[in-house]
Each structure stands twice: as C-alpha cells, then as structure tokens.
Design a protein around this ligand. Structure first.
Ligand SMILES: CC(C)(COP(=O)(O)OP(=O)(O)OC[C@H]1O[C@@H](n2cnc3c(N)ncnc32)[C@H](O)[C@@H]1OP(=O)(O)O)[C@@H](O)C(=O)NCCC(=O)NCCS
Length: 277
C-alpha cells in the first residue's frame, strides 16, 4: 500500500524508506484487539508523567509498532495543547523512526525491539530539546520520606544516537531544558537531572580522557554503578549480546576500549549520576 496516505504521520515520526512501507501496511488493515488494548493503555496514562514503560500485555512487537503509530497523533496533540511547539513535539516523537532504523542495523529487518522505550514518549513527558532527551518524572522517594518535597521532580537525561556529543551541544540542550520545563510544567519544578548510562562508567572516562563522552560523564556526580555487561556493546556496535566479539571492528578508540575490557575479563557498568540544573 502506498505511504502517501500516511505522509503527515511518517513526517512527524521521521519514518523513512522501507520502514514507511512496512508501517503503511500495518496501518492499512483494521487494528486487532491487542493493538486496541495497547492504545488504551497509552491513552490512560497520557499526561500522567509516568516513569515506567508499559508491559507487553499480550501484544507482539509488531502490534506494539502499530499501536505506537496509531497513538502518536494523540501524544502530539497533547503536546500542542500544552503550548509546546509542533517542532519540539515532532523532534521528540521522531525517536520512533530512529529506533526503527536502528532495529534494522541490529536485526537486519523491520521491527522495534525497543518498543517499550517508546511507550515512554507516548505518555507526553519525554522531550528532545536539541541534542538530548529529557524525561520529566517524579524523583524516586526514599523510604520514610514525605511525599511532597521541593525535590519531587527530576529530569532523566537520555542521549539519542545522532552524531557527536560536543560540549557546546550539550550546554545548549541543558540551557533549553532550564527554560522549557518551568514554562510548560510550572507545577512540577525541577532542580536536578539524572542519568543512568554506560557512558557514565568511570572506566570509560579514565580510558577516553578528553573525549566528548568523558566530558559529558564528568558533568554528573556519580552516585553508584551497577553491572550492565551488554550495554556498552549494544550502544557501540548495535549488537545484542556478547557473542562473536572477535568479529567486531576495532577502528575507533571507543570500539577498542569496549572490547579490550571484556577481553581482560572486565564487566561494563551502568553509571547512575546526577547534576544540579
Ligand atoms: C554518545 C555518542 C553520541 C558519542 O559520540 P561522540 O561525540 O562521537 O563521542 P567521542 O567524541 O567522545 O568519541 C570518542 C571516540 O569514540 C568513537 N565513538 C563514539 N561513539 C561511537 C560509536 N557509537 N561507535 C563507534 N565509535 C564511537 C569516536 O569515533 C572517537 O574515536 P577516535 O578516538 O578513534 O576518533 C555516540 O557514542 C552514540 O551515538 N552512542 C549511541 C547512543 C548512546 O549510547 N546513548 C546512551 C544510551 S544509555
């Protein structure tokens, strides 16, 4: 089926080429019950500033793709109702198309193994502002802590794949976040940003001093690390799992550092950090 009937949607979500054809085929047949159920789940929490991805609830990966496509206009309309520019909304929802393209690199076919990540975008509280994405969520409460404190909200920071991460781009993105959130979410004051990423693993910072990645990581105060053996391989090589590592390229310094640590018996970590906005 032709993609022109869905051109506006595919532009909004930055869905291109073969992915557009596959998505058009999904949209050109009536939605199944699992698709409708997934859409209801997204509708129920639109605007709730939810921090969790939705569970599969019996819908397959392909059914989730269809549900995301069918629901995205509602998330866009919600953004626009808040007064957020259509361009910022589109930049935020364009992660759908990016993740479809990444899936092709990872699995060599149409699909979206990161569909649950995209259910966060559909709750209406995850925005791409310049280079970075910011997720407005409730701060995790410590046991026994009062429920309403000035520190109740935080921005979870995410780094979409999209070229280099120069300090100037990161500065600009944080500067935009500092004005965007008070303007559109005045009842949810944020003073802290958090980041949970393989890029904050102190081993990486020590092995790639002076890199954009190290400069990004050093903005955050590291709170703790947890084992994440496959993340560095996934984000560097777009390979799920640690099989056949000897076939992967060692062309860049990052590729070499990631593989050499595993060669030496080390385990990659997820660094959990925070910074004051
Ligand atoms: C984060 C990211 C934008 C950093 O890119 P960058 O600004 O080019 O990074 P740096 O300048 O610090 O790179 C240092 C070195 O690593 C290399 N490098 C960086 N990212 C790379 C990648 N994804 N694959 C291979 N090599 C990479 C650079 O080419 C450079 O190599 P060199 O020293 O041989 O010239 C990039 O790694 C990326 O897109 N990653 C995927 C998204 C991601 O990981 N998000 C976080 C999820 S928790």
């Amino acid at each position: 089926m032709a993609t022109h009937a869905h051109r506006a949607l595919f532009e909004l979500l930055d869905i291109t080429d073969e992915d557009a054809l596959e998505c058009a085929a999904l949209l050109d047949t009536p939605p199944s019950e699992p698709v409708l159920r997934a859409m209801r789940a997204m509708r129920e929490r639109l605007g709730s500033c939810s921090s969790e991805s939705l569970p599969a609830d019996g819908a397959s990966e392909t059914e989730w793709i269809e549900a995301l496509l069918r629901f995205a206009p509602s998330a866009h309309a919600y953004h626009v109702e808040l007064g957020i520019s259509p361009a910022v909304s589109a930049a935020s929802l364009a992660d759908v198309g990016l993740q479809l393209r990444i899936n092709r690199r990872v699995h060599g076919r149409f699909g979206l193994d990161t569909w649950s990540w995209l259910t966060l975008h559909m709750a209406g509280n995850l925005f791409r502002l310049g280079r970075l994405q910011f997720h407005l969520v409730r701060a995790p409460q410590e046991a026994g802590q009062a429920t309403h404190t000035a520190e109740e909200w935080v921005l979870g920071v995410h780094i979409p794949e999209d070229g280099g991460l120069s300090p100037a781009l990161v500065d600009a993105s944080f500067a935009e976040a500092r004005t965007f959130f008070p303007r559109y979410f005045p009842d949810k004051p944020v003073a802290v940003a958090t980041c949970d990423s393989w890029m904050l693993d102190p081993y990486l910072v020590s092995r790639l001093p002076g890199s954009n990645i190290a400069s990004f990581a050093k903005r955050f105060t590291l709170d703790r690390c947890t084992d994440a053996p496959t993340d560095a391989v996934y984000f560097t090589f777009r390979q799920r799992g640690l099989q056949d590592l000897n076939k992967l390229p060692r062309d860049t310094s990052l590729q070499r550092v990631v593989l050499e640590r595993i060669d030496d018996g080390g385990t990659w970590q997820l660094g959990h950090g925070h910074l004051a906005l």
